[in-house]
Design a protein around this ligand. Structure first.
Ligand code: ZN
Length: 332
């Protein structure tokens, strides 16, 4: 984590815990919010031996026992946030709260069928958009590699947008924040002007916006709408899922929206040069950065498709092919 401490004490006793990740993201932020009953734990991290060891050291340093954790709250179902929830639940007995939509997605990935239907649908989706067989073959093993990193799976109590929750002695409003992950919740404390923003607004990197099978394919539209909604909140300090807490929340939301507008224009330009499949666009946009890495390839491909579908819905590009004629080709 580039010399950063494993945990930092933030204002009003919030502990920001940097839980290590075996990806280029390097760490996910977990937060411990203290009240007179103990702690609410937000997004405990990915389940790896390194993360367990890091947590044990942080808890010892800050005098937190498992029994002190009375509630576990998940902003969303991505494995780097969700993975340790069951491990903490077993040790603390705390309820794990997340939205029903986010939980349903976790079940599609790691539920009773072991993610078999999801893997088949994802592979078929990418194949329709031109991904070659060699790259498609990496998806299943890649998805399977997460199963151990989200085990044991938690028993979940649903928490929905519009509800308020008490965390760290404050009242927080749960807000639906789609586009990065269906069913993601972010939390706003009006008395402090704090936003626990999950992966929806990140300070120095752009959150992945992803089309995934089984979800609405208008993910970019939903993401941009969410950014506009969140920018209306008066935020003095935002606590993100990655990188460091930040101010300029509304400005950052606007920057992210502008980034996607530029990317949309770039795609239209590429399609004016020549018709391309979604995969060809993905390679042109992300190219070298994702070569040979199934994790990056999946994020890049779903992000590309989110933009392509957005342009298609808006009538800015068209497509041909598909259904027996091979993969779709887009043109502008
Ligand atoms: Zn995420």
């Amino acid at each position: 984590m580039a010399g950063r401490p494993a945990a930092t004490l933030r204002p009003e006793g919030i502990v920001q815990v940097r839980v290590p990740l075996p990806f280029s993201l390097k760490w996910v932020n977990s937060y411990l919010l203290r009240d007179d009953r103990g702690y609410t734990l937000i997004d405990p991290g990915l389940h790896t031996a390194e993360a367990e060891a890091s947590w044990e050291a942080v808890m010892a340093e800050h005098g937190v026992a498992f029994a002190d954790i009375h509630t576990i709250v998940l902003t969303h179902q991505h494995p780097d946030h969700y993975g340790l929830a069951g491990w903490f639940q077993q040790r603390s007995g705390a309820p794990v709260r997340m939205s029903a939509e986010a939980y349903a997605y976790a079940q599609r990935l790691w539920g009773a069928d072991g993610g078999a239907a999801f893997k088949a649908e994802l592979t078929a989706l990418y194949a329709r958009h031109g991904m070659p067989a060699e790259a498609l073959a990496t998806l299943g093993p890649h998805l399977d590699s997460f199963v151990a990193k989200v085990a044991p799976q938690p028993a979940v109590t649903f928490l929905e947008a519009g509800e308020t929750v008490r965390m760290g002695g404050e009242t927080w409003l749960a807000i639906d924040a789609p586009g990065h992950a269906g069913g993601q919740l972010v939390f706003y404390a009006p008395s402090r002007k704090w936003m626990l923003c999950g992966d929806q607004v990140l300070p120095t990197i752009t959150p992945n916006v992803s089309v995934v099978p089984g979800e609405d394919d208008r993910q970019l539209e939903r993401f941009l709408g969410s950014l506009r909604e969140l920018a209306r909140y008066d935020v003095e300090l935002a606590f993100p899922g990655h990188r460091e807490p930040f101010d300029r929340f509304a400005e950052r939301a606007a920057e992210l929206a502008a980034h996607h507008e530029r990317r949309l224009a770039e795609i239209v330009g590429l399609l004016r040069e020549e018709p391309r499949t979604g995969y060809a666009l993905c390679m042109r946009l992300f190219g070298e950065r994702i070569a040979g890495d199934a994790h990056h390839l999946r994020f890049a491909m779903s992000e590309t498709l989110a933009h392509v579908f957005h342009l298609e819905h808006g009538g800015r590009i068209g497509k041909r092919g598909g259904e027996g004629e091979g993969s779709y080709t887009y043109f502008a």
